[in-house]
Design a protein around this ligand. Structure first.
Ligand code: NAP
Ligand code: GDD
Length: 351
């Protein structure tokens, strides 16, 4: 029988790769999108363009993660086998400007969907997009047993959602799991996150349409992986017989400056000539160092990512060269081909 999945946050970076993966497994996929005055489905348009065809298996529904009534109605109507809760106000710096809204969407939104599932029949498997940001100032390496010390309104909201997911599992026996994902990036990453900001700037500087790149803290360290590998991990988590909490990461970390160096070296640019620091990008409290221990994910779902940070820098830079009308340098393209994503032949929004 065809399995049915519901994805919140389907228009985001992760949602767009997850829907592609689930469609490739012949799922019927439903996604919740927000009403917007301009189109916000750029990352999934290539999957949706044949929506009037007979054999369509992707369905989009207007809704908001904070709207319990709508979520409850949709869940009753769709009767999903699996729900992936990816919707969130996901930007850490922005969460300091909008702490209450971040709490409504990133924390209470999770309760809306868990409660809607419980009132439906409680049989649906539930995935919560938990985050390495929850570890905050806890010393690396961080694993499932590391104590959380969140350092932003975003991270505090994610800790709330983590524990609500655990609570619905314990209180109601629901198959509710947390994927505690460390940073994962891709050509589809939002432009205000640091990796995409750097690769996009490298291409624009090369093209001659940008001179300087303004950044904040270059010393913080992150464990950066490649998104398509992580969405497969989300799926694997929900295929387990029992719910779990699992860290997904590469097990290696690098500073923002190191990522910048990899990109600029690959693009043959001198950081000293183009980088400026703008304090507006500093955070009131920073997460200095994230490094994931994936022993449990290896043992439980056999998950272990292949793309390292240098590959990631090349993939993202090649894409941004292409996006800006430049010939890609080529190594990133080859890595994508090796991974079975021969993206130079397909339109930009399929990447
Ligand atoms: P993203 O690109 O920012 O996507 C966020 C998605 O949530 C978008 O589809 C957005 O819709 C939707 N959304 C935001 N507020 C909403 C609301 N009130 N109601 C309904 N939908 C709403 O984030 P991402 O990188 O794909 O991350 C996916 C999830 O994983 C997020 O929960 C994030 O916090 C978490 N996470 C991400 C990482 C990472 O490194 N990427 C690591 C750990 C955890 P619009 O397109 O309309 O804005
Ligand atoms: N965004 C941004 N912009 N970050 C900058 C900049 C800048 O100009 N300059 C330096 N940074 C530093 C930030 O201070 C942070 O230490 C690091 O770069 C990474 O910032 P982001 O790319 O914004 O990601 P993040 O680590 O804060 O959060 C992302 O990863 C989390 C998982 O650990 C988001 O995707 C979260 O949603 C996710 O949970």
């Amino acid at each position: 029988m065809t399995k049915i999945a519901l994805i919140t946050g389907i228009t985001g970076q992760d949602g767009s790769y997850l829907v592609e993966y689930l469609l490739s497994l012949n799922y019927e996929v439903h996604g919740i999108i927000r009403r917007s005055s301009s189109f916000n489905t750029r990352r999934i348009d290539h999957l949706y363009k044949d929506s009037h065809a007979e054999n369509v298996n992707l369905f989009l529904h207007y809704g908001d993660i904070t709207d319990y009534g709508r979520l409850s109605g949709l869940i009753r109507e769709i009767q999903p086998d699996e729900v992936y809760n990816l919707a969130a106000q996901s930007h850490v710096r922005v969460s300091f400007d909008m702490p209450e809204y971040t709490g409504q969407a990133t924390a209470l939104g999770t309760t809306c969907i868990l409660e809607a599932l419980r009132k439906n029949n409680g049989d649906t498997k539930f995935y919560q997009a938990s985050s390495s940001e929850m570890f905050g100032s806890a010393l690396p390496p961080q694993s499932e047993v590391t104590r959380f010390h969140p350092r932003s309104p975003y991270a505090v909201a994610k800790v709330y959602s983590f524990w609500m997911t655990v609570n619905y599992r314990e209180a109601y026996g629901m198959h509710a799991s947390n994927g505690i994902l460390f940073n994962h990036e891709s050509p589809r990453r939002g432009e205000t996150f640091v990796t995409k900001k750097i690769t996009s700037a490298a291409a624009k500087i090369k093209k001659g349409i940008q001179k300087f790149l303004y950044l904040g803290n270059l010393n913080s360290k992150r464990d950066w992986g490649f998104t398509p590998e992580y969405v497969k991990g989300m799926y694997d988590i929900l295929q387990l017989d029992k719910p779990v909490d699992l860290v997904l990461a590469t097990g290696k970390s690098a500073s923002v400056y190191e990522f910048l160096e990899y990109v600029f070296e690959y693009a043959d640019l001198d950081p000293d000539k183009h980088i400026k620091i703008d304090p507006r990008y500093f955070r009131p409290s920073e997460v200095e160092s994230l490094l994931g221990d994936i022993s449990k994910a290896k043992n439980t779902i056999g998950w272990s990512p292949k793309v390292n940070i240098k590959d990631l820098a090349k993939i993202m830079t090649d894409f941004d060269f292409l996006e800006n009308g430049l010939e890609p340098i080529g190594e990133g393209v080859k890595i994508m081909e090796r991974l079975g994503l021969n993206w130079t032949k397909i339109p930009r929004n399929m990447i």
